[in-house]
Write a protein that binds this ligand. Sequence first.
Ligand code: IMP
Length: 427
Amino acid sequence: MPALVLLGAQWGDEGKGKATDLLGGSVDYVVRYQGGNNAGHTVVVGDQKYALHLLPSGILSPGCTPVIGNGVVVDPSVLLSELSGLNERGVDTSKLLISGNAHIITPYNVTVDKVTERFLGKRKIGTTGRGIGPTYADKINRVGIRVQDLYDESILTQKVEAALDVKNQILTKLYNRRAIAVNQVVEELLGYADKLAPYVADTVLVLNQALEQDKVVLFEGGQGTLLDIDHGTYPFVTSSNPTAGGACTGAGVGPTKISRVIGILKAYTTRVGAGPFPTELFDEDGEALRRIGGERGVTTGRDRRCGWFDAVIARYATRVNGLTDFFLTKLDVLTGWEQIPVCVAYEIDGKRVEELPYSQTDFHHAKPVYEMLPGWNEDISKAKSFSDLPKNAQNYVKALEEMSGAPISAIGVGPGRDETIEINSFL
Ligand code: IMP
């Protein structure tokens, strides 16, 4: 069973870093297949805490080869500073591989992201401002810059010219900003070429050969299912496909090779940025979840919006990803509530709806229908097996499993690497 996909089953920030890192010790390759430095993984190893944005979590596991796939968008300055930050802390990053086909987040993509959001005013998406959307837009418009372009100055110059041709018109005439000079961008990008060269590879070939040799490959999704450009709460989404199919296109591996798809599911729900969120709390419970769960963005430092667990969303994630298992995270955060509400369905215009409505208008009007589950007070962070959990915590997990449509194979009971209950092995 060599190829696993691990992805967020909600709106991102489910604790994927911990899950991927947990598997990292036993896998040969950890691959990012979409997104860029809009992601943020926190990985705690011993007393060390690492915040990763662009690099796959596998970078912290010595035996593992971390791969940035073709579907990722790469900001070279962020990548290089993340690498040197890790090197300073003694982490060996020399095994990293970057696809020559991955697209580069250029300085003008970052500018366009920021000015567009400002221009949208109250209709803004609440992006991370890292240039993600404009870079993917350039890719689809066929005016993107790829990592391999850094190694052909003439091609690079032509491509930057083509991209800036239209953008400078928009920047100067619509947004009232200064035009961006082609030669400045080219010079900056060429400055990254030598530093990135040791890592650039034909990652599609490498990964397919690895799979032929029965190596274990883990595909690590950024963001989450409901932020998927096709299957998320469009337009309040990111500009790539975090869902399972994205692993195939974003890494160049066929769907027949994928053996397991694991959804990371937080025991409650959070969201960053704008967009609908039926179980969002605006009261002290929401504040408590934010405080106890440390719900502040690793990438942006923004407070996350918090709410109760939403089983409608979990069922949807099971369906669009073909999930085989769940990894339930942050169960410990719910310790101390007498009763825990869980959203089992929505009420939309007076009707009970069991599945996620495909209509954006309906979803914006969805009100959660809650079932109350009894809570627990015992500290669960030392639990090593399912039976160590208090009965009510066990019942909470079992209820979520039944409502969500896939088995829960692991449970996070604390932030540390070892604070995890494994029920079924992922490998
Ligand atoms: P973008 O990906 O920067 O374009 O932002 C689009 C939307 O996705 C915004 O609502 C962001 O807050 C959200 N988003 C992007 N990356 C993450 C993530 O890693 N976790 C949670 N939300 C994210």
